[in-house]
Write a protein that binds this ligand. Structure first.
Ligand code: SF4
Ligand code: SF4
Length: 135
């Protein structure tokens, strides 16, 4: 039995496709959707807990990869380098799960690490390079 938490990035052309349904029907996998959203770039993003027999799980992952999705294990850890962050707020609207937010009392940007799904969007956009990914 294999059970993993993964992040799926759906390109725009695949957002409407019944990809998760096929994982259940064709590969006998069970899933629990932890988060799902469409990013400002209209990329679909889904965090799943996926479980099944080892062979089925491997086939299901092969199917996901061949469909053109980007698959990311949820073992990556995003950290903010406080010394570099200027609280500019650029990262706040880009975060698909509201893990970055402006504190209305002092206009500082708060990072809720427990909400972060390691999509890396803030890492690409942060002008101060304050958001870092650790493996
Ligand atoms: S974009 Fe970077 S510098 Fe600006 S608030 Fe976010 S983490 Fe801080
Ligand atoms: S990597 Fe950045 S943008 Fe993505 S979920 Fe985590 S905090 Fe939000």
């Amino acid at each position: 039995m294999t059970s993993k938490r993964i992040v799926l990035h759906f390109p725009h052309r695949l957002v409407d496709q019944p990809i998760v349904y096929k994982l259940v029907k064709d590969f006998n996998l069970s899933f629990n959707i932890l988060k799902a959203s469409v990013t400002p770039q209209e990329e679909g993003l889904m965090v799943l807990e996926l479980s099944g027999q080892d062979a089925d799980f491997k086939k299901g992952m092969d199917y996901l990869q061949s469909s053109g999705l980007k698959i990311q294990p949820l073992s990556e850890d995003v950290k903010r380098n406080q010394a570099k962050c200027t609280d500019c707020g650029v990262c706040v609207p880009i975060c698909p799960v509201q893990a970055l937010a402006v504190d209305p009392t002092n206009r500082k940007v708060i990072f809720y690490e427990d909400k972060c799904i390691a999509c890396e969007l803030c890492i690409k956009i942060c002008p101060a390079h304050a958001m870092e990914i650790h493996f």
